[in-house]
Design a protein around this ligand. Structure first.
Ligand SMILES: C[S@@+](CC[C@H](N)C(=O)[O-])C[C@H]1O[C@@H](n2cnc3c(N)ncnc32)[C@H](O)[C@@H]1O
Length: 213
């Protein structure tokens, strides 16, 4: 088997060179043929950076939107805790796989693009969760994603972004391309909390929470 990270990087670089940063993802999931070992970010358990954040939260009700949901494990966790969850991914093959993986799911899985979301999603969600999606985008698509995320949040709602972090003068590396604090500080909502830490995988993470008044 080709190294999954090397394959993802190769497709991402081809897409970037062709001016399409998202099209490669559908091909990547489809090529995996339902084998999660071929998806570097696939997990059986909910994200270790999400679970403590959810544990610390008193209320779990309302409409939640999971951005770039991949195979759906975090969306399922939110639904299990009581949220009414819609989860979307730009890759239709990921969405179909998530549905197959969770046949009795209460989650509504949808193929959609964060860069051009359905109009009715704007201002509609009590909780918007993005785990590791913005970090696969660069340049203008990244800026568009960071402008769109706050626009999805309803009055009184929360936006949570969990991402790889780096200092501004640090090398970007390759896929995923970590975010800087400045990029996240520019998100157009009042920021409630910015956490910068090394997680159990030994990776520097930013976990950032905003709330729309
Ligand atoms: C690194 S994966 C993380 C997947 C999942 N959040 C997780 O933690 O397992 C990034 C995901 O974002 C999706 N994605 C990338 N750009 C997107 C966009 N513009 N709109 C929606 N999903 C996108 C990809 O298809 C992929 O499933």
């Amino acid at each position: 088997m080709t190294d999954p990270h090397a394959r993802a990087l190769s497709l991402a670089e081809q897409g970037y060179a062709a001016g399409d940063q998202t099209g490669w993802l559908d091909r990547f999931y489809a090529e995996a043929g339902d084998d999660p070992a071929r998806i570097p970010w696939a997990r059986d358990e909910p994200n270790e950076n999400l679970v403590p954040w959810l544990d610390a939260r008193a209320a779990h009700s309302g409409r939640a939107l999971v951005v770039g949901c991949g195979l759906g494990v975090d969306a399922e966790e939110l639904a299990r805790r009581g949220w009414d969850v819609t989860a979307f991914d730009v890759a239709p093959s990921a969405v179909a796989w998530a549905r197959r993986r969770h046949p009795d799911s209460a989650v509504t899985y949808v193929a959609a693009n964060l860069l051009d979301p359905p109009a009715e999603w704007l201002g509609a969600w009590d909780l918007v969760v993005d785990i590791y999606t913005v970090q696969v985008l660069r340049d203008t698509p990244r800026a568009t994603a960071l402008a769109t995320l706050p626009a999805l949040v309803a009055p009184g709602g929360t936006l949570l972004v969990i991402a790889r972090g780096r200092d501004a003068d640090e090398d970007e590396g390759d896929l995923p391309w970590p975010l800087t604090k400045a990029e996240l500080d520019a998100v157009a909502l009042p920021q409630e909390r910015f956490e910068d830490y090394v997680d159990g995988e030994g990776r520097r993470r930013f976990r950032v929470e905003w709330r729309r008044p």
